[in-house]
Design a protein around this ligand. Structure first.
Ligand code: ADP
Length: 351
């Protein structure tokens, strides 16, 4: 919200500049003097009370003025901001305004003070009294009373906002448009530099960053999901393949076995089909295929090994026999030869 206190002595031109400012910045104009006058015109209790003070150039009591202003602020809950014209006129009013605005989560943005010399003020007020018919502008004594009240009671409010770094004085003598431009320059510098830059600058890159981050995160998540899906699919495919191959193997082995069993042994042993049934039952169980396959293959391998070992031993025996035969066949020849040689030796000796 843009909340401006338009400050200055009576006749400084607050009302005139307020009309132009509210049009440019789309603000609600709250003039305590205007509200009191409307109440006087409407002959309300508040109007009657206010008139008794205004006609003497005195301030309307704080309690009355503050509660009236609070009611006016509350009438405009959707306001983009306010221009407070003629309020606060005392430190108590300034404090009450701060409390009210902070309770609504806002505060005074700026105090704009129109600085006009007293001589110029008196001239203006008397001229306005002739044109507007305002009774407090037609009596020079009342005019001076109002100026004195301003200097004594209202001027200290400047210190209240100066302490908050919100006071800005603008020279109020010259062309209305010139003064208006000077006021606008102050407002714009206050809005655009610290306020607008602060809100605009971090908002844009932060949004972009967060959206980028969000998209990156989302992309990473989907990538991970896809990857995990692929891995899971591969694993399950492998498992399925293994299962199916295992089943196929088992089926093959079982088929072979049952074929073997069924063909020759059925006739010899009629009880064998029971064994076949047992194998079938085992195969149908989930964990059974592997066990059954293992058992069957073991048996098959054992038999094969037995057969082979028998064959091998037979071969070994045969070959060893042959060797033995060969050896034994060679031995008599050697013996005979030896015998022949010894006989020849004996014959030679005899000779
Ligand atoms: P100006 O500021 O030109 O004197 P205003 O219209 O602001 O005229 O005020 C007219 C009169 O209304 C004041 O002199 C005063 O009696 C009364 N008044 C206006 N605002 C206040 C206020 N904030 N506190 C007390 N009295 C006020």
């Amino acid at each position: 919200m843009l909340n401006i206190v338009l400050f200055g002595p009576p006749g400084a031109g607050k009302g005139t500049q307020s009309e132009k400012l509210i049009a440019k910045y789309n603000l609600v104009h709250l003039s305590t003097g205007d509200i009191f006058r409307a109440n006087i015109k409407g002959e309300t209790a508040l109007g009657t009370l206010a008139k008794s003070y205004m006609d003497q150039g005195q301030l309307v009591p704080d309690s009355v003025t503050i509660s009236m202003l609070e009611a006016e602020v509350n009438k405009n809950p959707n306001a983009k901001g306010f221009i407070f014209d003629g309020f606060p006129r005392t430190k108590a009013q300034a404090q009450a305004l701060d409390t009210l605005l902070s309770s609504k989560g806002t505060g005074i943005t700026l105090m704009l003070a129109l600085e006009v010399e007293e001589e110029e003020l008196r001239k203006r007020l008397l001229l306005r009294g002739q044109n507007s018919g305002r009774p407090d502008d037609q009596n020079p004594e009342v005019i001076q009373k109002r100026i004195d009240v301003y200097n004594n009671e209202t001027a200290p409010v400047k210190d209240f906002y100066t302490a908050q770094g919100k006071y800005k004085g603008v020279y109020g003598i010259g062309e209305i448009e010139q003064i208006f431009n000077a006021l606008c320059a102050v407002i714009d510098s206050k809005i655009e530099k610290p306020a607008a830059v602060k809100t605009v600058k971090p908002a844009r890159p932060a949004d972009v960053k967060t959206t980028k981050k969000a998209t990156k995160k989302a992309a990473a998540k989907t990538a991970i999901k896809k990857a995990t899906k692929k891995v899971v699919a591969k694993k399950s495919a492998k498992k399925a393949a293994k299962k199916s191959t295992a089943k196929k193997l088992v089926k093959k082995v079982v088929a072979k076995k049952s074929a073997k069993k069924a063909a020759p042994k059925k006739a010899v042993k009629p009880a064998r089909p029971k064994g076949g049934k047992l194998v079938k039952k085992k195969v149908t169980k989930k964990a059974a295929p592997k066990k059954a396959a293992k058992k069957v293959t073991k048996k098959v391998v054992k038999r094969a090994v037995k057969k082979q070992s028998k064959k091998v031993t037979a071969k070994v025996v045969r070959s060893s026999n042959k060797k033995v035969v060969k050896k034994s066949a060679k031995k008599p020849v050697k013996k005979q030869a030896k015998k022949v040689v010894s006989k020849k030796k004996v014959a030679k000796k005899k000779k």
